[in-house]
Design a binder for this molecule. Structure first.
Ligand code: SAM
Ligand code: DTB
Ligand code: SF4
Length: 330
């Protein structure tokens, strides 16, 4: 059977997701070995270049202006300080630098010009540049592409059916439109979601089905475990059991064999044994550095000790697996 498909039926996705756990992990690990070097894990660094004050009401997010959270709000950083941070990330072995901004959407203003300069500067350092800055138009996507962007992160977060329980200030369709603008401009898409929002298994299956049936599979699929931030609507939510994280990772790996599946938010709470299970199930990328956007993440040195223990190595940049996914489908 040809593994790279974008015509998955929802029932097929459910069948995979619901397989006995160890059988699922075995299947995912087999696909992982066929398309990737299993000892390689991509190391990405995140930087929040504009923090807080966001007009959206995403119920998990510390950066929405509607909630009272303990974060360090700041306007867009200047270009030089971002480039200094990018250089530090590179020196620490990161091959991808992802800049996040708490905006509903990109606007054509001076901030966007600064973002374009940041993208160009980081690209010139030889790192893969990713941005996650909210919705954008096709024209803005072309401008980012021109500046040297490698990928754009825009998560679906959950299923279409559950979306309005989590966010009311935009629609699922808005999200899909931005993804299509990004793909049209030839930028790789990074899109995944969060588990632990109170969604059902059916919702998780629905989100994975939407991602795996996009015209082109995302180049990367972040799987976040909710970090329940005090002050947000979802404060106090229980941590998701690791086996549910493993199930998501493994299903994503089987559905989208060429994608980088990123074990994203929530790693601080996961012992090495749990993270190892996720790597076994096909996760091959992490965010490193002691901070995600606003919440803590494992120390770099702890991650390097984990790599050593598990026999993993950071993956070099500009490898092409994800690109081939698009070529195969087109
Ligand atoms: N404003 C932009 C947007 O919404 O696309 C970019 C930044 S936003 C913080 C990027 C992603 O981080 C969200 O789509 C969500 O999936 C994830 N995220 C945010 N807060 C989180 C939390 N508390 N726990 C887990 N994931 C979270
Ligand atoms: C993604 O899916 N996860 C990252 C990245 N893409 C931008 C963000 C996680 C944010 C976790 C909460 C915080 O630190 O504010
Ligand atoms: Fe704003 Fe993005 Fe946070 Fe939603 S997830 S509140 S859009 S920063």
């Amino acid at each position: 059977m040809f593994d790279i498909r974008n015509d998955w039926k929802k029932e097929e996705v459910a069948e995979i997701y619901n397989m006995p756990l160890l059988e699922l992990v075995y299947r995912a690990a087999t696909i992982h070995r066929k398309y990737h070097t299993p000892s390689e894990v991509q190391v990405c660094t995140l930087l929040s270049v504009k923090t807080g004050g966001c007009t959206e009401d995403c119920s998990y997010c510390s950066q929405s202006a509607r909630y009272n959270t303990d974060i360090n709000i700041h306007k867009l950083l200047d270009v030089n300080s971002v480039l200094t941070k990018a250089q530090e990330a590179k020196d620490n072995g990161s091959t991808r630098f992802c800049m996040g901004a708490a905006w509903r959407e990109l606007r054509n203003n001076r901030d966007f010009d600064k973002v374009l300069q940041m993208v160009k500067g980081v690209n010139d350092m030889g790192m893969e540049v990713c941005c996650t800055m909210g919705m954008l138009t096709e024209e803005q996507a072309y401008q980012l592409k021109e500046a040297g962007i490698y990928a754009y992160n825009h998560n679906l977060d959950t299923s279409e059916e559950y979306y309005d329980q989590i966010i009311t200030t935009r629609t699922y369709d808005d999200r899909l439109k931005t993804i299509s603008h990004v793909q049209k401009a030839g930028i790789r898409v990074c899109s995944g979601g969060i588990i632990g929002l109170g969604e059902s298994h059916e919702d998780r299956i629905g989100m994975l089905h939407t991602l795996a049936t996009l015209p082109h599979h995302p180049e990367s699929v972040p799987v976040n475990a909710l970090v329940a931030v005090e002050g947000t609507v979802l404060e106090g939510r229980e941590r998701v059991p690791v086996f549910e994280m493993v199930r998501m990772v493994a299903t994503a790996r089987i559905l989208m064999p060429l994608a980088m599946v990123r074990l994203s938010a929530g790693r601080l709470e996961m012992p090495i044994s749990e993270q190892a299970f996720c790597f076994m199930a096909g996760a091959n990328s992490i965010f490193a550095g002691d901070k995600l956007l606003t919440t803590p993440n494992p120390e770099h040195s702890d991650d390097m000790a984990m790599f050593e223990l598990l026999g993993l190595q950071p993956r070099e940049s500009f490898k092409t697996e994800g690109v081939e996914a698009n070529e195969i489908l087109s």
